[in-house]
Design a protein around this ligand. Sequence first.
Ligand code: HEC
Length: 95
Amino acid sequence: MRPAAFARCATCHQTAPERNGVGPSLAGVYGAPAAHEPTYAYSGAMRSSGLVWDEATLDAYLTDPRSVVPGTKMVFPGVRDPVERAALIEYLKTL
Ligand code: HEC
């Protein structure tokens, strides 16, 4: 079930595999290493971040993308509400 907060993400992200927009498809992102979608042109910062997307790394990244991956091209201020972030992460697990 898509949480209401995903509307903010959907302006840049699709959920079908290999469907990239401004941002990469989020299909299969949970549990994957950063820059997981091979058909998307990530920033060097994301490619070299060394992150693996689990609950802790997603929670930190979605709170403040630019402090977790300095130089990321995800121009998004972050989701302040922890309840919203938790719902988003649960949703990402299903993609
Ligand atoms: C303004 C457009 C935009 C918005 C809004 C946005 N993103 Fe992104 N997102 C991006 C871009 C661009 C990247 C690639 C970043 C890079 O390469 O540095 C990205 C990367 C990501 C990644 C890493 C993907 C990977 O393969 O490693 C995740 C996870 C992510 N976004 C989740 C979200 C979520 C969840 C939201 C909503 C809360 C969101 N994004 C909102 C543009 C956006």
